[in-house]
Ligand binder design. Structure first.
Ligand code: BDR
Ligand code: CA
Length: 311
């Protein structure tokens, strides 16, 4: 299996990313690290523990990381994910223990100890990942690639041109994109195609399992906020696409391109500037997702959740 670490800020769609990463046997989930983003760090961490318990995962270390962006204040996405970060279902119940390590230390340790290079999947602001790369440059060869959900080849969702994960910590995204590591960017331009339609939600519910029911309830809450805030008829599930891209590269079509992060910009701080037509003369630094096989993506996600061991 492909060795992965998932760095996340759950979050409704992060929860689905976690279930996919934990449930597909083609991945070996070495660790889960959490970052402040959709909600404060204490909440995203508690949510990660709750979702892993829901998936019946034990023995995967979970560590809390950075509680704020590299620069400036944290602005959470309470309007989208609610007060808990995972509003909607009742997720009460016993959860696993949190590692005593900081997320960056856990990632470092897992990389050093791994017999083969590890894929980092990031579905929140890139604060932990950037801190790892700056603090431990010697472990870069142990990173096989970084696949992150964030940015866009077109418009944003948090500012007109900025996507939430990048806008939350533009400096961190800049560090990652300038690292020289193999990077895959899964932006809004593809994630907005993966909509949890009424029939998708019905499929979750029809599973008649706790994970299936919880997914249906998460998506029902998510649908209400996306309708209210963005006027979307159905909510896009961004984060599991980053996991799907690792599991099955045929699901996401990418093209190599130069990607820079706007760090100043009067109205565009945190925008990803993607040069799809080689206008800048800059060398490509990322494989940028440009197309998504929507039926294959849903088939993968629904099949994995259906097969989770918890009844
Ligand atoms: C991203 O922002 C968060 O709200 C989601 O979890 C996703 O990672 C989409 O812009
Ligand atoms: Ca997220």
């Amino acid at each position: 299996p492909t060795q992965v670490i998932l760095d996340c800020d759950p979050g409704h769609d992060d929860a689905l990313a976690l279930l996919l990463a934990a449930g597909d046997p083609r991945l070996r989930l070495l660790g889960v690290t959490t970052v402040a983003g959709n909600q404060t760090l204490d909440k995203t961490t508690r949510n990660a523990l709750r979702i892993l318990a829901l998936a019946g995962v034990t023995g995967v270390p979970v560590a809390a990381g950075c509680d704020r962006p590299l620069t400036g204040e944290l602005t959470v996405a309470e309007d989208i994910h609610g007060e808990s970060g995972l509003d909607g279902p009742d997720l009460d119940g016993p959860v696993g223990e949190l590692s005593g390590r900081h997320a960056v230390d856990l990632m470092h340790r897992l990389l050093v100890d791994s017999a083969e290079p590890v894929t980092l999947i990031a579905t929140g602001p890139l604060t932990n990942v950037a801190t790892l790369l700056t603090r431990h440059p010697e472990v870069l060869p142990q990173v096989r690639r970084i696949v992150f959900m964030g940015g866009s080849t077109d418009r944003g969702n948090t500012t007109p041109y900025g996507e939430f994960n990048i806008v939350t910590d533009p400096e961190a995204a800049d560090v990652v994109l300038r690292s020289g590591l193999p990077i895959t960017m899964i932006g809004l331009n593809v994630t907005h195609q993966a909509l949890a339609t009424t029939s998708v939600i019905a499929e979750f519910r029809a599973m008649n399992t706790r994970p299936g029911t919880i997914c249906a309830e998460l998506m029902t809450f998510f649908a209400a906020t996306y309708l209210r805030v963005f006027g979307f008829e159905h909510p896009p599930v961004h984060d599991p696409i980053a996991v799907a891209a690792v599991l099955d590269p045929s699901i996401v079509h990418t093209v190599p391109a130069p990607v820079t992060v706007e760090l100043t910009g009067t109205h565009t701080r945190g925008a990803t500037v993607v040069d799809l037509h080689a206008r800048t003369g800059l060398p490509p630094n990322a494989d940028v997702a440009v197309a998504l096989d929507v039926p294959a993506f849903w088939n993968l996600l629904l099949t994995t959740v259906r097969q989770l061991p918890i009844p």
